[in-house]
Each structure stands twice: as structure tokens, then as C-alpha cells.
Design a protein around this ligand. Structure first.
Ligand SMILES: *Cc1c(COP(=O)(O)O)cnc(C)c1O
Length: 470
């Protein structure tokens, strides 16, 4: 294209004001703030000007520029944090938001968010109240601990407890428990930030009571036990049971802390899952402090719960760091409602989504798989081959690391798309659908698909695979 032609085209570019006025007359631009439309119009004009200068276009119409501006503007106002469909079967998926809340928790969040509350007012006395009191009694009742506090998350709970107990002192930890949880939570790093001095003992696979004994000196302040949440050491192994640590520590005036990670309030073995010692067992054994998450196996909101003896929990409560890690009122509302359900275990199993999905019975999974298969065949049967396959789902979230939960999945294959292509299209659809790839098959696991989402999955498939779909 000659320079003269380019200049001709540039002169035909519509002006910003003209485009803005046109846009504001169109219904589709109505929900978009003026400032966003203006910026998008400018971006659209700039991009077309560049195309002209590069000789990449010889066509300018107002419609084209407006179309580009609309695309930019609507992307700009679209929310970033959005709902999606978890078809991975991973119940506690860290990347997908971990635990889903029960209805009771959702209602309580609304109530406390919409109206003023007694968050820090003691209504009886009219004096200042303590926010933790909304959950302290409940946590104590459910764990058997004399005292408790809830903070922002379990990483915060561990940091806070270590800072309170072990600052400037040696904290003894087995080399087999110097774990990394992911998202940069590593025991040695958290210890360093807490001001505690890490004293490693034993080896990766075997640590004995005599290792702890040998590490004791006048600076020793703590024995820390960390639950191996997301891995398992197998073979020639040995670790020291909490009871032995408690007996040794207490005879020497040393405190015992256990970071349980997940921490459960029920005995999962009754429901066919591996036995995880519940929080109450650690308390009963005599740990001075026990920390665990609110949004792992507990199935509540993101929170860190610290239980223990009154003296240690009182020291934690008065640590200035507690304020920096404090739990917010919406979380507190959700946590209280979730914990209340545990007063009746049957209610908890039925109403807490995490517990429901983890213990879903095989008959119900098969029904869900049949329903999904039928929906896919109905809406997308002509573009995709769908079959049932018996497989395993994983709990996720660093809970039950080796557990495989039998499930029945729907596998999909398409003549026009590869397995990874299918995965990508589903992920980029709206709403995003996250499946998994196993044995070179694209898989949808009904365990984490919520009721009503089958239809959305099926219609999405037909939309992304069928060129003739509306
Ligand atoms: C998950 C986990 C943590 C961190 O808990 P968050 O609630 O994610 O902050 C700490 N310790 C252990 C052993 C864990 O499994």
C-alpha cells in the first residue's frame, strides 16, 4: 500500500467523540461505565491506526471500530473471580477454592454481612466482647480442649503458635516432618519467620525418642510434630508417637505442639475412609497446642484453629501478632455455622458438602454418572463419544494422600479434537469446566459435579464441538 493510500485511510478514521456518542446510543454499551467505553474506543482506534501504518488493513468502518471497542470494554468489566465447574473429582481442590460451604454457613454470612452484629460487644454487660467467643466454646466442646482460638488460616495458626511458644528457643522437629505443603508453606521457613530456632533430629525415614532426648538443652522450648499431610514415607520407617513425646517433654518442662494440617472432628473410618486421628485424640494425648485448617476436611471457611491448654492459648491470645492474623466476621459466621452442624454428626455428614462428597455412596455416584452420560448423549451425542468408566477420585487438599475413592466417570473423545484440545476448550468455555486427563482420556468425575451442572456440561460440549450449533 502506498503512503498516499495509507494517509487517505488514516484521515477516514472516526474521531473519539463521534464513536463515544454512537456507543452510548447502543443498548449493549449501557451497563459499561463511560470511562471504560472511552478508554476502549481509544484502544480500538489506536489499534486500527497501527494496522493501517503496518499496511495490514485497507478497510475502516465505524462498525468495525465499535465492535473492537465493545470487545475490549466487556472484557474489562467482566469479573475476575468467577464460578466454574469442578469435574476433576478432587473434593478439596486448592486451585479451585477448597471446601464448598454448607447452606447454614452461607445464610449466616449473609446475615452478619447485611446487619450489624455483636462481633465485639458483650450484649449482657454492654462492654467490649471478644470475637473468638463466637466459636471458642463450640471448638472446645468438639475437641475436648480447654481453650481455643480461630485465626486467618492454618499457616497463620502455626506461625502464631510458634512465635508465642518458641521465639528465641529451640524447637525440635523430626527430619521426616520438615514438610512443604505447597504455596510456599515450608516448616523450616515458617519456623525461621516465627523467631523459633529449628533443631532437626533423626533422619528422613527414621526418628526415635532418643533423638529428641539427645537434642534437649537449656534452650529447648518445644517439640513440634507435623502431620505428613500430602505424602507418605514407606518401607523402613519409624517415628515417635505423640504420647511418647508428651511424656518426655512434660517430664522436662518442654511444651508439645502438633500441626495436624487437615484435622478432623469425626472418625472417618466409620464411613469407609482411612482412619485419621481426630483433633480430640491429640488433645486427649496431652498436646499443649494443636493447629488445623478450617477449609480442609472440616469443610468450613478458610481459617486456622488453635486448641490447647488455657495457659498457652491465653499467651497466644495476647500476642500482638494475633491481631494481624485475626479472623474476619464473615469467616467467623461461616465457621460457627459449620461447627454447629458437628454437634450432631449425622447432620454434619448430610449438610457439609465436603463430607457429603467424600463419603458419597457408590450407588449415588453411579446415578450421577448415568445422568451426566444421558445429558451428554442428548445434547452432544453427534459430536462426541461418551462412555462410562470405573476409576478413582482423590480427596485433595493434602488430606488422605494415598486414598483412592472408587468412582464412575464419563470419558469423552472427539473425532475433531485431541484429548488436550478438548480439555483446553472446556477450560476456556463459559463457565469454565475443569476435567482431568488420565490414560490419555478426557474424564469428567461426577463426585464433584453439583446437581444441575450436568446439563451445562452437555450443552457446552455441543457448543464447542458442533460447528452448526447455535
Ligand atoms: C495445609 C497445611 C497447612 C496450611 O494450612 P492452610 O489452612 O492452608 O493455611 C499447614 N500445615 C499442614 C501440615 C498442612 O497440611
Amino acid at each position: 500500500m502506498s503512503e498516499t493510500d495509507k494517509n487517505k485511510l488514516l484521515r477516514r478514521l472516526p474521531g473519539v467523540d463521534h464513536l463515544l456518542a454512537l456507543a452510548q446510543k447502543e443498548e449493549r454499551f449501557e451497563p459499561i461505565p463511560r470511562s471504560v467505553i472511552l478508554a476502549s474506543v481509544r484502544t480500538a482506534i489506536d489499534s486500527i491506526r497501527k494496522k493501517i501504518l503496518d499496511g495490514k488493513t485497507d478497510e475502516i468502518t465505524v462498525t468495525l471500530v465499535l465492535e473492537a471497542a465493545y470487545k475490549t470494554a466487556s472484557e474489562k468489566i467482566a469479573p475476575n473471580l468467577v464460578s466454574l465447574i469442578n469435574a476433576t473429582g478432587v473434593v478439596l481442590h486448592t486451585n479451585l477454592g477448597r471446601a464448598l460451604l454448607c447452606e447454614e454457613a452461607l445464610d449466616n454470612i449473609q446475615t452478619v454481612a447485611r446487619t450489624y452484629s455483636n462481633l465485639e460487644l458483650n450484649v449482657k454487660t454492654g462492654k467490649r466482647g471478644i470475637r473468638y467467643q463466637a466459636v471458642e466454646e463450640l471448638i472446645c466442646e468438639l475437641t475436648g480442649a480447654p481453650s481455643a482460638i480461630a485465626v486467618n488460616n492454618n499457616a497463620g495458626a502455626v506461625l502464631l503458635a510458634l512465635n508465642t511458644i518458641a521465639e528465641g528457643k529451640e524447637a525440635v522437629v523430626s527430619r521426616g516432618e520438615l514438610v512443604e505443603i505447597g504455596g510456599s508453606f515450608r516448616v523450616p521457613d515458617v519456623m525461621a519467620k516465627s523467631g523459633g530456632i529449628l533443631r532437626e533430629v533423626g533422619t528422613t525415614n527414621r526418628t526415635h525418642l532418643r533423638d529428641y532426648e539427645g537434642a534437649i538443652n537449656e534452650k529447648t522450648g518445644l517439640f513440634l510434630k507435623v502431620h505428613a499431610s500430602n505424602y507418605k514415607i514407606q518401607g523402613f520407617t519409624a517415628d515417635v508417637p505423640l504420647k511418647e513425646l508428651v511424656d518426655l517433654g512434660h517430664s522436662k518442662g518442654i511444651l508439645i505442639m502438633e500441626d495436624l494440617g487437615s484435622g478432623t472432628l469425626i472418625d472417618f473410618s466409620q464411613y469407609g475412609l482411612p482412619s485419621e486421628p481426630p483433633v480430640s485424640a491429640s488433645v486427649k494425648t496431652g498436646a499443649d497446642v494443636v493447629t488445623f485448617s478450617g477449609d480442609k476436611l472440616l469443610g468450613g471457611p478458610q481459617a486456622g484453629i488453635i486448641v490447647g491448654n488455657k495457659e498457652t492459648i491465653d499467651r497466644i491470645k495476647s500476642n500482638p501478632m494475633t491481631r494481624a492474623l485475626r479472623i474476619d466476621k464473615l469467616t467467623l459466621a461461616a465457621l460457627e455455622s459449620t461447627l454447629r452442624l458437628y454437634l450432631d454428626e449425622k447432620e454434619a455428614m448430610e449438610k457439609i458438602p465436603t463430607l457429603r462428597m467424600l463419603t458419597m455412596d457408590p450407588g449415588r455416584i453411579r446415578k450421577k454418572a448415568d445422568r451426566l452420560l444421558a445429558a451428554v448423549k442428548m445434547h452432544a451425542g453427534s459430536v462426541v463419544t461418551a462412555e462410562l468408566a470405573d476409576m478413582n477420585s482423590r480427596p485433595g487438599g493434602g488430606s488422605f494422600p494415598e486414598l483412592m475413592l472408587p468412582t464412575r466417570c464419563v470419558t469423552l473423545s472427539s473425532e475433531t479434537l485431541s484429548v488436550s484440545g478438548l480439555e483446553k476448550r472446556m477450560r476456556l468455555s463459559n463457565p469454565a469446566i475443569i476435567g482431568r486427563i488420565e490414560d490419555n482420556r478426557y474424564i469428567l468425575d461426577p463426585r464433584t459435579i453439583q446437581d444441575g451442572q450436568e446439563e451445562i456440561i452437555a450443552t457446552t460440549l455441543s457448543r464447542i464441538l458442533d460447528p452448526n450449533a447455535p
